[in-house]
Design a protein around this ligand. Structure first.
Ligand SMILES: *Cc1c(COP(=O)(O)O)cnc(C)c1O
Length: 408
């Protein structure tokens, strides 16, 4: 990928220059294990005809429990089904407090259980849920707290555990992004009543489709194993209205073969994140996710926060300008739950920090196989776009109105 001829000139693709990249490249590309390694694990299952929830799944659960330092790991069909089952198995009632700034699957699991989501605000620095705001929203009807390790940045686990214990609440973590994260040196997966990971291809550990529940509660683990199998414990007279949320052997084989790659993935993503931040930190109007130096972040995603009045253009304009350079971005997670039609009615008070974060967030490409040169060209483009708008379009408020002026 060579820079296009006028790449270094003081203009940008949005206004007619050649784009920074000749072709659009993928926003996400999972690094998968060697197919032969997957097949080595999978072949016995295939050959003896036991192709779902058998030896590969059991082996994967064992390995995962070891790696996560948790007593029980229960493999399921997805993080969403895992969250649904955990909430059902814990017998939650009434209200469940959940961040508004999350992927909608977190909320869906609550609504599928006919529980009432109570939307909490986020911390404007870590972008994780605000423990103070959770506390202010606890009522006599609250049965649980669901927290999300945003992009793989560990939540304030200790404060959440203390709060849950003090108020007699269940604590569940949506750890979709956090396989490989560590809180104060301890792997995410062992905290609260349960933590639920996603193993879909946008996450670091990939099973194709899949989820994994970590818990130290043997009764909960046992119930989840029954519930993922229609709720039938073998009596053919089910104990629960369960689901078919089993993991197939192929998915487990894929996850098993991917496990040895995880550490290098986390390391490379941290390198890329650092490179992004180092090269962007000098720009006015950008903020970055605050990570406790004692913790390990997976950087499932890397996002920047844009203050338009300082940066010179807003998040959507920057996304459009980057796309013109053939750089795809995502707005993870916008709109936040309280702005979506199935969650609007659960907003009882304003969520100013969530509006501030979700309305200004932009996720940049981050995956292991992106080279430093690509990351550098992306950050160069952000600099050039910023400079262009500052030079040619003085007032942020007039960016849209001035659009035609700049193109002529
Ligand atoms: C990806 C994701 C999920 C859903 O995971 P699936 O395995 O696809 O069900 C849930 N929560 C968050 C925060 C996610 O990013």
């Amino acid at each position: 990928m060579k820079p296009t001829p006028d790449y270094t000139q003081n203009t940008i693709a949005r206004f007619g220059a050649a784009p920074a990249f000749a072709e659009r490249f993928r926003f996400i590309a999972p690094t998968l294990p060697e197919l032969n390694d997957v097949l080595k694990t999978y072949s016995p299952a295939f050959e003896n005809g036991l192709i779902t929830n058998a030896k590969c799944v059991a082996h994967f659960e064992e390995r995962a429990a070891e790696q996560l330092s948790v007593k029980h790991a229960v493999a399921v069909s997805s993080c969403t089904s895992g969250l649904m089952l955990v909430m059902r198995a814990l017998g939650l009632t009434g209200e469940v407090i959940v961040p508004s700034f999350t992927f909608f699957a977190t909320g869906h699991a609550i609504r599928w259980n006919e529980l009432r989501p109570v939307l909490a605000d986020c911390d404007p620095k870590t972008w994780n849920v605000s423990v103070e705001d959770i506390e202010s929203k606890i009522t006599s009807r609250t049965s649980a707290i669901v927290a999300v390790h945003m992009y793989g940045n560990p939540s304030d686990v200790r404060s959440l555990e203390k709060l849950a214990e003090r108020r007699g609440l269940r604590l569940i973590f949506d750890a979709a992004h956090a396989f490989g994260s560590k809180y104060r040196g301890a792997p995410i997966g062992q905290f609260g009543d349960a933590e639920v990971f996603s193993l879909s291809p946008t996450k670091l550990l990939v099973a194709g489709e899949g989820g994994l529940i970590g818990t130290n509660d043997p009764k909960l683990a046992q119930n989840l194993r029954v519930m993922r199998n229609y709720g039938d414990d073998g009596s053919y007279d089910p104990e629960w209205i369960g689901l078919n949320a089993r993991m197939s052997e192929f998915n487990a084989a894929l996850a098993l073969a991917g496990m040895p790659l995880l550490e290098a993935k986390v390391a490379r993503r941290n390198e890329i994140a650092q490179l992004y931040t180092d090269r962007l930190v000098s720009l006015h109007g950008l903020r970055f996710q605050a990570v406790d130096p004692r913790d390990v972040h997976t950087f499932k995603d890397y996002s920047i926060h844009i203050t338009p009045e300082e940066f010179g253009l807003d998040r959507d304009e920057l996304a459009a300008a980057l796309l013109a350079e053939n750089i795809e971005t995502k707005k993870y997670f916008y709109p936040p739950l309280h702005q979506q039609k199935h969650y609007k009615q659960f907003k009882i008070v304003d969520l100013p920090a969530t509006d501030f974060v979700a309305g200004r967030i932009l996720s940049l490409p981050i995956y292991e196989t992106l080279s430093n040169q690509v990351i550098e060209r992306i950050t160069d483009s952000i600099h050039r776009i910023h400079n262009y708008y500052r030079t040619h379009l003085t007032q942020f408020t007039s960016v849209k109105e001035n659009f035609h002026v700049a193109t002529t």
